[in-house]
Design a protein around this ligand. Structure first.
Ligand code: ARE
Ligand code: CA
Length: 467
């Protein structure tokens, strides 16, 4: 199973690798407190450095790569003082973070930021967005060599532990040249797990939906960027506000960056709860549409895909499932047979329709989209070369017809309704004829109105994955 999570999978659960952060008590320990670093010690509610290291090593052995969410634009909110999750003192008024150590000299001040109250108000002004405070978070002076070297030291420490790369938080608020300088200081990956020490995989969280002074294209010279248009546009299609037939041209033709420049996703930890970024995206709380959109994302060649994994929440501030001492709760999978996580963890990545489509993506890697078919409205189908085929019914009526799959003759397991267990299909079978056609019957009222088949789940083939 683990093998299939080679495609980016950020662990945001137990042992998530954030740095020591501010302890926020009002509201009571919100998830977002970890976006307020106090030092670069690896001690949070999720565990300490030894536990983090053990997780990275264990995951690497199972071919699960860890990408750290690196918060390097700022430290805590500007007011107040206290003790962080690792015991370090911080003072957001005096700009003092002795755990690093950073002092007031290491932050942007009135010389760099001219917004008046030091906060960002105008996203039409590049200097303000980059030199002033994002939601009042104390803004690091990344032009300064000392600051850059402390950040690179922190990231290199993680590389030495064995992480595969980074999601860089809030790059829009940093100058591309400063980021390039920091990336240039990073070591190659730990050769114990990554032979030849390749460069870390970096992707940058730049929210660009258009209409602002700063665009994501300023950052693609450094590394990939997040594509926030992707989830918004797909939500419109799967909510039946824009016909699925238009997905025939999905990708750059939809005013999105080049496929090699982006990381794509249906939702993220911010926009699934109304933080950061406009547009109503689909989330696990609308499972039928969410699974369809995720399956389409994983079947389609555009972009480098990321699958979300969440905890359930009531309010948008609510932190992860926790024990009485506020430490993060474990998942409960030892006692659960259907692979779900329990204990308040949603674990979308363990939903069969989703993890089987991650396998689909790995199997069809390197092939183009072919054999596109649509009914002129909300039913679509396409193949990935001669390796995989998917049909999705977003229509309010059933899909019942023969389609050209482009696949070799044989009996395939539909990996949406079940899996291939090495000898039989646990869900529906699809029979592909000698001419590549097959019959599909997809009821619109089904929980999962789609069918996906690929050569790795063809009856009689060798099963490549062990659970
Ligand atoms: C919290 C409180 C604030 C308080 C602050 C300091 O909510 O009221 O002032 O603490 O005390 C997360 C949460 C924030 C939280 C912060 C720190 O979402 O609510 O603030 O942690 O604890 C912009 C950035 C983008 C950023 C979003 C949130 O460009 O990079 O804002 N996203 C990342 C993370 C967030 C995280 C941070 C950055 C901070 O993914 O989880 O914040 O580390 C338009 C613009 C976008 C803009 C967006 C929202 O769409 O195009 O650029 O995103 O509006 O303003
Ligand atoms: Ca900044």
């Amino acid at each position: 199973m683990c093998k299939y999570f080679l495609i980016i999978h950020i662990l945001r659960k137990k042992s998530h690798p954030d740095t020591e952060n501010r302890v926020v008590t009002s509201p009571n320990r919100p998830w977002w407190e970890r976006y307020q670093p106090v030092s670069y010690k690896l001690v949070t509610r999720s565990g300490n450095e030894a536990q983090f290291t053990e997780m990275v090593q264990r995951c690497n052995k199972a071919n699960v790569r860890i990408y750290v969410d690196a918060v390097i634009n700022h430290m805590t909110g500007a007011g107040g003082q206290g003790t962080g999750t690792g015991g370090s003192h911080w003072d957001g008024g005096a700009l003092s973070y002795p755990g690093v150590p950073f002092s007031s000299w290491d932050f942007n001040g009135n010389n760099e930021c001219h917004s008046g109250d030091m906060n960002i108000h105008n996203y039409g002004n590049k200097d303000e967005v980059r030199n002033c405070r994002l939601v009042s978070l104390t803004d690091l002076k990344l032009g300064k060599e000392f600051v850059r070297s402390k950040i690179a030291e922190y990231m290199n420490h993680l590389i030495s532990i064995g992480v595969a790369g980074f999601r860089v938080d809030a790059p829009k608020h940093m100058w591309p040249g400063d980021l390039q300088n920091i990336y240039g200081k990073l070591h190659g990956l730990n050769s114990q797990y990554f032979p030849g020490s390749p460069r870390p995989f970096v992707f940058q969280e730049v929210i660009d939906i258009g209409g602002e002074a700063i665009s994501a294209s300023e950052y693609t010279g450094c590394a990939r960027v997040t594509n926030f248009i992707f989830g918004i546009k797909l939500a419109q299609v799967f909510r039946r506000q824009n016909a699925a037939k238009y997905l025939r041209t999905w990708g750059e033709a939809w005013s999105m960056p080049k496929t090699t420049d982006v990381v794509v996703f249906i939702d993220n930890h911010d926009n699934q709860r109304g933080h950061g970024g406009r547009g109503g995206v689909l989330t696990h709380s609308d499972p039928k549409r969410y699974k369809m959109a995720t399956a389409f994302m994983l079947a389609h060649p555009y972009g480098f895909t990321r699958v979300m994994s969440s905890f359930s929440f009531g309010s948008s501030d609510e932190g992860p499932p926790h024990n009485g001492d506020m430490s993060t709760k474990n998942v409960n999978w030892g006692s659960i047979s259907d692979l779900s996580c329990g204990n308040g963890w949603v674990c979308e990545h363990r939903w069969r329709e989703i993890y089987n489509m991650v396998a689909f993506r790995n199997v069809v890697m390197g092939t183009n989209m072919q054999h596109w078919w649509d009914n002129g409205n909300y039913q679509i189908a396409f193949s990935r070369g001669n390796k995989g085929f998917i049909a999705i019914n977003v229509e309010t009526s059933d899909l019942n017809r023969n389609l050209q799959t482009g696949l070799p003759q044989g009996t395939y397991c539909d990996v949406i309704s079940g899996s291939y267990d090495g000898s039989k299909c646990t869900g529906t079978e699809v029979h592909v004829n000698g001419d590549g056609t097959a019959h599909f019957n997809i009821r619109s009222s089904s929980d999962d109105p789609m069918v996906a088949i690929h050569i790795g789940a063809k009856k009689g083939s060798q099963r490549k994955v062990t659970t």
